[in-house]
Design a protein around this ligand. Sequence first.
Ligand SMILES: Nc1ncnc2c1ncn2[C@@H]1O[C@H](COP(=O)(O)OP(=O)(O)OP(=O)(O)O)[C@@H](O)[C@H]1O
Ligand SMILES: [Mg+2]
Length: 250
Amino acid sequence: MSEKASPLLRLENVCKSYHKNLVLENISFEVNRGETVTLIGPNGAGKSTLMKISLGILEASSGSVHRDASITIGYMPQKVMIDPVLPLSVRDFLYLRPNTSYDDVAEALETVRLSRLSEQPVQGASGGEMQRILLARAILGKPDLLVLDEPVQGIDIMGQQEIYGLIAQIRDETGCGVLMISHDLHLVMASTDQVLCLNRHICCSGSPEFVKDNPEYHAMMGRPMEGVAIYTHHHDEGHEHKHHHGHDHD
Ligand SMILES: Nc1ncnc2c1ncn2[C@@H]1O[C@H](COP(=O)(O)OP(=O)(O)OP(=O)(O)O)[C@@H](O)[C@H]1O
Ligand SMILES: [Mg+2]
């Protein structure tokens, strides 16, 4: 075997149009084992579309998608429809996934710390619990690659941190790669290796620290993240008046 394992997923120059509407333009990136890649971008940026292309649910209009053929993928979609009438326990909801045993279900519920809900109706789960149930479902097949479309939507900040912590824990324990979508860079910084800022094309990418200070990122998101740059970004006037950095704007 070669020294460096090949990526779990690699996209090269992927473009996607819906009818004549170009929604993804020249997207290239890869996801490796043990690594988390986070997609950030505004609504309509093409994040879900890019995930579906990565998974093979949708076909790219051009470019190439290489998925390691031997790997198992766990997917947590942005939306799931559950019959509101049919009575179904959390345990049986998870058991519906093909090739799943009740032991697998128990283990996955344990991992997301929801064992106590096993016998409860899945329709009764709160928003935050539902997200964790869907995470449990995504890890049932012991995936090599975990693909998560907004795993924390509708969850309060404490709950969001908990879910991101769980995802990082699963990654570290299993060595899987993670591709996920987030709207909050600061919440995912600690557990992300690579950030892709997407707004139809990749505006900027790199480590979370790099992206955080990147003007392209701030331009894309329309506002700096809460409590950070907007309040701390005073120019030096009045403070270090004489200290000139060589910029010539006065
Ligand atoms: N099946 C479709 N047919 C036509 N246009 C589509 C289809 N799916 C998505 N689009 C369009 O493609 C663009 C990207 O959609 P996508 O769902 O990938 O965005 P997103 O970044 O996931 O947004 P959000 O943050 O709101 O989930 C949008 O303008 C959307 O209207
Ligand atoms: Mg989406």
